[in-house]
Ligand binder design. Structure first.
Ligand SMILES: Nc1ncnc2c1ncn2[C@@H]1O[C@H](COP(=O)(O)OP(=O)(O)O)[C@@H](O)[C@H]1O
Ligand SMILES: [Mg+2]
Length: 450
């Protein structure tokens, strides 16, 4: 069994770790944009190449002839790498380009939900450059009217293509007056021809990732991410500073109805995708949800594992990850193939001290504790290994440290104790997974729903 793993970073490391635990002892062929010491230790080969250079990736694939490929990040999936691999008879755990629009176009997804009567979107409208017939001034007025009258100036403007997590601007956060939203919308229109403008939802966000093979959907434990750089959810947005899951695979602020509805939305969306695109979605469908006053709404879909979400979820997987991948590919996916330990996890990201702004610490040495307890994991991200084995910081997130235990509180202590032992010019958010932060989420939703 040979698996082509097109992914670097801690997400790639967590996937490689899950593959390694399979009874089918797959040989991992890693293809990544940057050498990763964690993946390297588990892989038979590691090829460092630009993964958006498809001919180069395909050359490696043709040479190693893997049984299947797993594609980690959004860009190659959206660009159609799964389609190209399929032409070489290599199936992927990642959707084809047409289906990957569920992540790469927020407008596609809003329209998909609307046309398949899945009531999970906020009030929204899609504006296109074409509809203005070249008259941007008329469009500007129309957008102004929509934001002011229909959305009562509480709005979100979404660039309608991938933008490395930087395409969405929210009123009261990145934007203030209606005119700011209009200007950003026009900027989006000029750049990519389409923009989604929607109602700003108030609530608590969470993620539900599912394994999907056509109309077969099997869910993973629900996760909550922390995007803000600093404690108390302050500072700029980042790739994610940490995440947690609970032993019951729900989250402390969600009701059983909330969970059931999020699961239903993923199921309905998988069906809608099959109907819309005429070909099965095979991969991970990651629903970004928000629990609001009167239920659950969808913020967005991703077509892959999240980073750090994968770091929480995959260590809990008790069943054989290779068997799940093969079942996703051949359409036999079912619940009996997937089981997760009934444990809580807390993941905290170690980052350079000045992350996400400056890159002052780049190249400096970072040292991780040698003794990792059985109930903890360290997944390496943007860190490079010198010939003498020392690890050096990159500019981005360094490593995800995961604690696993019966309760969130215990998992938090395990992660925190390991984080405290990391030496170097680094930091992490001490508050992730703490009772205080979780209480705040529970309280916020309770008040909203009172
Ligand atoms: N309709 C909305 N209401 C409130 N907040 C939103 C809405 N849409 C997006 N956001 C906020 O913006 C963040 C980023 O938006 P998202 O659609 O997830 O795009 P991306 O992850 O591609 O940047 C979300 O995590 C959420 O905090
Ligand atoms: Mg998002």
């Amino acid at each position: 069994m040979r698996v082509l793993l097109i992914s670097s970073s801690a997400r790639g490391h967590a996937i490689a770790d899950a593959l390694t635990r399979s009874s089918q002892t797959p040989e991992i062929i890693s293809v990544c944009p940057q050498a990763n010491p964690g993946i390297k230790a588990l892989a038979a080969q590691q090829h460092v190449t630009n993964i958006m250079d498809f001919p180069s990736v395909l050359r490696i694939a043709a040479e190693v002839k893997p049984d299947f490929a797993i594609i980690g990040p959004d860009d190659p999936i959206a660009g159609g790498l799964a389609d190209e691999l399929l032409k070489l008879d290599i199936p992927s755990v990642a959707p084809l380009k047409s289906l990957a629009q569920v992540e790469s176009s927020k407008g596609f997804t809003r329209n998909l939900l609307a046309s398949h009567a899945i009531d999970a979107s906020p009030h929204f409208r899609i504006f296109t450059r074409e509809q203005s017939g070249g008259d941007l001034d008329a469009l500007r007025k129309e957008i102004h009217r929509f934001i002011e009258d229909d959305l009562h100036a509480s709005y979100v403007v979404k660039y309608d293509a991938l933008k490395g997590g930087k395409g969405v601007k929210v009123s009261g956060d990145h934007l203030e007056a209606v005119a700011d939203g209009v200007e950003y919308a026009i900027e989006c229109l000029e750049e990519c021809g389409r923009v989604v403008i929607e109602e700003k939802l108030i609530g608590v966000e969470f993620s539900l990732l599912s394994f999907v093979s056509g109309d077969r959907v099997v869910d993973m434990p629900i996760v909550q991410d922390h995007k803000r750089a600093f404690e108390g959810d302050t500072g700029p947005n980042t790739g994610g500073m940490g995440t947690y899951t609970d032993a019951n695979h729900s989250l402390p602020f969600l009701t059983p109805n909330d969970v059931a509805r999020a699961k239903e939305i993923n199921r309905l969306t998988a069906h809608a995708l099959l109907k819309e695109c005429g070909t099965p979605y095979r991969g991970i469908l990651y629903g970004g949800f928000i629990a609001v006053k009167d239920g659950i709404r969808l913020i967005e879909y991703n077509a892959r594992f999240g980073d750090p979400e994968a770091l929480n979820i995959l260590p809990l997987l008790e069943s054989d990850f290779v068997a799940i991948c093969l079942a996703i590919i051949d359409g036999t996916l079912n619940e009996s193939l997937v089981s997760f330990a009934k444990k809580a996890t807390v993941c905290k990201y170690i980052t350079p001290k000045s992350y996400p702004d400056a890159k002052n610490e780049k190249g400096q040495v970072v040292t991780f504790p040698k003794d990792i307890p059985e109930n903890a994991r360290i997944f390496y991200g943007d860190v490079s290994q010198a010939d003498d084995g020392t690890l050096h910081l990159g500019g981005s997130r360094t490593a995800g440290i995961v604690g696993i235990a019966d309760t969130i509180a215990k998992a938090e202590r395990i992660a925190e104790e390991l984080c405290a032992k990391v030496e170097g010019p680094v930091r992490h958010r001490k508050d992730i997974g703490t009772a205080k932060l979780i209480e705040r989420r529970i309280e916020m939703l309770r008040k909203l729903r009172e």
